[in-house]
Design a protein around this ligand. Structure first.
Ligand code: NAD
Ligand code: MG
Length: 389
């Protein structure tokens, strides 16, 4: 029996994870559930999964959580604040941690779970972009088992040699759906709205990652994620647009073999894989019907319309603090776009302005990276009113 701390339980990944968990009560139980501030949703999940602990990141929501748990007659402990996220991620009672918080808000709990040697199902890609070297080090020192949940990285993990070596690997090929604006020229993107950007053709996801998919920053963050998780340089990571999102990614070997992992676009596959690895369990995902699909298409990404992908390669090649600056500026830009304070084309412009303005230099420790993150957020906020796009 595995006992799971699910960080980000009220989100899209959180819901998919709970769906898989509920299918296998003989194998998995929930030790902790966390949310940002949506107490009602968290209470509904607590009533169903009866965790030992429930956490709201927002301190102000603690009273409502405690009262709600009492009213439901549940013995679940109510906790709040960023330290409580770290506490449940490192609690010896939980052997498995699903890192499904969105954004840099997930970095401390993700690193703590790695350092505590957990089976770590990693969806929170921003923490890898922000603190990739520290995460790799924490996994090694803590003896954690890192299982990538991002579908592309889960696919690559499945296609790499099982011994963990990289012998014979020529390239990692990350597939991208192209998002809702694939095929549109740059000029047509100036006026697109948040709802249009969040209407992803193949995946239902949280709004932040949906906008990232529309700008191709999601793929850029994933290139950086792949570099850190698999130890492959940027020069050997390529992106190909595959609009059907059925081939989740591929590994190209020097002998000409290319291994791919396929499946319907549904995150429950990656989550079931991470939960049961090295075994396989049923996930609820429908079997792939290749004849019904009929065809697979591929094209090169349009970097003129979607410059975020190039910005991510630039940040990865610069190294040090640059990925942290990229991530922070992107989080601010996406949030401003969702609030109607920045145009769609302003997202890459703002990120580029932050990368240009802020000094690079070595990444340093987590405190230094968090300083860089805060500085980039301040710079991005200052620059938003000056953006013309
Ligand atoms: P979401 O917005 O649906 O859910 C985010 C979760 O994080 C919620 O439970 C929310 O309460 C919590 N949260 C938000 N801000 C927080 C804060 N400041 N402190 C603590 N908790 C906070 O997002 P999602 O789509 O589920 O994505 C989660 C992560 O997984 C992201 O990093 C995303 O890039 C990654 N991911 C998602 C998908 C997908 O299909 N949704 C696929 C691959 C990777
Ligand atoms: Mg992905």
């Amino acid at each position: 029996m595995k006992t799971i701390a699910l960080l980000g339980a009220t989100g899209s990944i959180g819901g998919s994870a709970l769906d898989v968990v509920a299918r296998h009560p003989d194998r998995f139980r929930i030790g902790a559930l966390t949310a940002h501030a949506k107490v009602d949703e968290l209470l509904t999940l607590c009533a169903r999964f009866r965790p030992d602990s429930a956490v709201v990141a927002d301190m102000a929501a603690l009273g409502a959580l405690r009262d709600g748990l009492r009213a439901l007659g549940l013995p679940t402990r109510a906790l709040a604040g960023p330290q409580a996220l770290v506490d449940v991620a490192t609690d010896p009672a939980n052997d498995t941690v699903i890192a499904a918080i969105v954004g840099a808000a997930g970095v401390a709990s993700t690193l703590a779970a790695a350092r505590a040697g957990k089976r770590l199902l990693l969806a929170n890609k921003e923490s890898v972009v922000l603190a990739g070297d520290l995460l790799v080090q924490a996994v090694a020192e803590g003896g954690a088992t890192l299982l990538p949940i991002d579908s592309e990285h889960n696919a690559i993990f499945q296609c790499l040699p099982a011994d963990g070596g990289r012998g014979g690997v020529r390239r990692l090929l990350l597939t991208a759906s192209g998002g809702p604006f694939r095929g549109r020229p740059r000029a047509e993107l100036a006026q697109v709205t948040p709802d249009q950007a969040c209407a992803h053709p193949n995946w239902v996801m949280g709004r932040k990652i949906s906008v990232d998919s529309a700008t191709l920053m999601n793929k850029g963050l994933e290139v950086i994620e792949a570099h850190y998780l698999f130890g492959v340089p940027a020069s050997r990571i390529e992106v190909v647009v595959h609009p059907q999102s059925v081939i989740h990614s591929l590994v190209d070997y020097v002998d000409g073999s290319v291994l791919a992992q396929l499946g319907n676009p549904d995150m429950r596959t990656a989550l079931a894989y991470g939960l049961a690895w090295p075994e396989r369990v049923e996930s609820g995902v429908a079997p792939l019907d290749l004849a019904a699909l009929g065809r697979f298409d591929f094209e090169a990404p349009d970097l003129a319309a979607f410059p975020c992908l190039s910005l991510a390669f630039r940040a990865l090649e610069a190294g040090g603090r640059a990925p942290a600056i990229l991530n922070a500026a992107n989080e601010i830009a996406v949030s401003a776009f969702l609030q109607g304070r920045l145009g769609f084309l302003g997202i890459p412009d703002l990120i580029q302005a932050c990368l240009d303005a802020l000094p690079g230099g070595p990444a340093g420790d987590l405190a230094q990276l968090m300083d860089t993150d805060a500085e980039a957020r301040r710079m991005a906020q200052t620059l938003i009113p000056r953006m013309t796009t």
